[in-house]
Write a protein that binds this ligand. Structure first.
Ligand code: DX5
Ligand code: ZN
Length: 227
């Protein structure tokens, strides 16, 4: 069975950060023990919201050593893979939905020398990635419908997290299983018990009343002993 040396990894999503102090906040997350920074790219087309592009990745690359995991919620991701790779993204995550040539997209990411991830919306079934699972380094299950931060965790996605956990455990290659959306100290233990090992969290980290480190600590403590 594939193994990883850390039980649960934390990926703060800067979508919920204070953009007037973005560098400072990312540094704070790094000092508090974040494992990677999750960058949510939205185009106002694939999802109804517009967020950030390669310029933000380029700026962050200069101020943190953490991996910059880039979640592309955009139509026609192929067009922008190279720009994000050049800007300093350390992995590129692309959605299954609306992509008639997912295999080619993953090939292109790997061709750029980066780890590739596939993302499934809540309505997208496990079997939709069976044919590409051996090409990817990470599978991300959306636990909300993508487009906005601060939404409610959808517990009905746990069946899919469980079946993906089983599928990934049968492989002899290590593939990460990540969840994204509505992850808080209340929902995190559920997602980890279902099989998730990387947690994306925006509001519960950057929006925590006690600050970023307190938000991260609360999440880490919530999943201790789970999984
Ligand atoms: C949602 C994004 C998430 C978002 C999570 O479309 O993909 O990464 O930032 O935000 P929270 O943790 O606030 O639900
Ligand atoms: Zn995301």
């Amino acid at each position: 069975m594939p193994v990883d040396n850390k039980p649960v990894r934390m990926a703060p999503s800067i979508l919920a950060a204070d953009f007037t102090r973005l560098g400072e906040q990312v540094r704070e997350a790094e000092a508090a023990g974040a494992d990677r920074i999750h960058v949510d790219v939205m185009d106002g087309h694939f999802v109804p919201n517009i967020s950030m592009g390669p310029l933000v990745v380029e700026a962050l690359r200069k101020i943190t050593r953490l991996p910059l995991e880039t979640h592309l919620m955009i139509s026609n991701p192929d067009q922008y893979l190279e720009a994000f790779a050049k800007a300093g993204s350390t992995s590129l995550l692309v959605h299954v939905e609306g992509n008639n040539h997912l295999h080619r997209t993953i090939q292109s990411i790997r061709g750029l020398g980066l780890p590739a991830g596939v993302v499934l919306n809540p309505a997208t079934p496990t079997w939709s990635i069976e044919e590409v699972i051996d090409m990817v380094d990470l599978v991300l299950v959306m636990t909300v419908n993508p487009g906005f931060g601060g939404q409610q965790y959808l517990p009905e996605t746990e069946g899919k997290i469980r079946s993906l956990r089983r599928l990934l455990d049968q492989r002899d290659r290590f593939v990460e299983l990540e969840v994204d959306g509505g992850i808080t100290a209340a929902s995190a233990p559920r997602a980890v018990a279902a099989g998730a090992r990387v947690l994306v969290a925006g509001s519960s980290i950057f929006g925590h009343a006690g600050g970023i480190a307190a938000g991260l600590d609360a999440l880490v403590n919530s999943v201790k002993g789970t999984g």
